[in-house]
Design a protein around this ligand. Structure first.
Ligand code: H2U
Ligand code: ZN
Length: 354
């Protein structure tokens, strides 16, 4: 008899319409690979050499203001620019390029160099959520911006250049590949079933609870059935909301709450400031209603079974399909049993430079 907990199988991701190989029997094999350096446990509240701390100079010569909560600036090394001329390049159907214009920004979450999402506290995180909404609206209103991607790289392991709490926003004309896949799937599902793919999925997950990690009135965090990364999670709006701009004030506070809670669980997993890439997926800003879209965030963390053993996508995964050993159900159970208390010192009140 086939058993999901024991036998190799592939799982379907209905959002990307791709398959993931799951090999639950492989979790016991020995590890003799790379050992990562564990990052320092604490940072100073202010670092004179940090290009994100208040009052400090950035690369390119500009100086940060003495900001007191969040601070947004144009990325000094922007991957896309608003002034790119329209045009393209084509030789037959095989050599094709198109000009892409866009805006790239950096959002500092706090003037405090030593904080992380896990340590910031709900009030300060709520200001970050408000800043995201403002940016989504402001950038989305620009005629050449049809998509706004808000994402955070956390930890050196994820290529994050700086521990100062911050995220990036890349906003551009065309839909990025992953977003386009999710849009096509949500649209096809809506047309076929007259229902929302992620509303239906979330209802299923809430009915079993097997992969749920934590929840509040407006959001639920869970390990998706089709997770690729060991402790990958998704955060779902519980109501059908197409973008962060449609959250009410309670929804914004609940988003801040659940982001703090899930990242504190992550930090408590291997007693380390947990590395991840996270980002939001929501309706494009091309002026359409996009009722098919359901607001969610993805957390993609690389750590596998300790602070030093990480997953790489190599070999079969790059050339054939993604694969995982620990089952999503086991990962969810592990995350669920962890504390939501911050491991180190936190910042409960308003942040200040010291
Ligand atoms: P990470 O979030 O992946 O660490 O990237 C930080 C961004 O900050 C990166 O895109 C930008 C880089 O271009 N940056 C500036 O805009 N100004 C600076 O002075 C240094 C880094
Ligand atoms: Zn700093």
């Amino acid at each position: 008899m086939f058993n999901l907990k024991e036998h190799p199988h592939r799982r379907f991701n209905p959002l990307t319409r791709e398959w993931i190989l799951v090999s639950p029997h492989r979790t016991q094999r020995p590890w003799q690979g790379q050992v990562e350096r564990v990052p320092p446990a604490s940072q100073p509240t202010y670092d004179p050499g940090c290009y994100l701390c208040p009052g400090n100079p950035r690369a390119g010569g500009l100086r940060n203001p003495n900001y007191e909560s969040t601070f947004v600036f144009e990325n000094d090394f922007a991957a896309m620019r608003p002034d790119t001329p329209v045009g393209g390049f084509r030789e037959g159907d095989l050599l094709v390029a198109e000009a892409e214009s866009g805006v790239c920004r950096v959002v500092c979450f706090s003037p405090r160099h030593d904080l992380t999402v896990a340590k910031m506290g709900a009030q300060a995180l709520r200001l970050v959520v408000d800043t995201w909404v403002e940016q989504y609206e402001e950038l989305g209103r620009l005629p050449f911006i049809h998509h706004v991607e808000i994402f955070e790289n956390r930890g050196e392991m994820m290529g994050c250049s700086n521990p100062h709490p911050h995220c990036q926003i890349w906003a551009n004309l065309t839909l990025p590949t992953e977003v386009a896949k999710e849009q096509a799937s949500q649209l096809a599902y809506r047309e076929a079933k007259h229902s929302c793919l992620l509303c239906d999925y979330l209802r299923l997950e809430l009915s079993t609870g097997e992969r749920i990690v934590c929840q509040n009135d407006s959001f639920a965090a869970l390990v998706p059935f089709w997770a690729v990364w060991p402790f990958e999670t998704m955060v779902f709006a519980r109501q059908h909301v197409t973008g962060i701009d449609h959250l009410d004030t309670a929804g914004r506070s609940d988003l801040a709450d659940i982001l703090g809670r899930i990242t504190r669980r992550y930090d408590n997993l291997f007693a380390v400031s947990f590395p991840y890439s996270m980002g939001f997926h929501q309706r494009p800003t091309d002026g359409g209603e996009h009722a098919e879209w359901h607001l969610h965030a993805h957390f993609l963390p690389p750590l596998l079974r300790s602070a030093t053993v990480r997953k790489f996508l190599v070999g079969y995964e790059l050339l054939a399909m993604p694969q995982r050993d620990i089952t999503p159900e086991a990962a969810a159970a592990r995350l669920r049993e962890l504390s939501e208390e911050a491991a180190g010192p936190t910042c409960a009140g308003s942040p200040s430079r010291s």
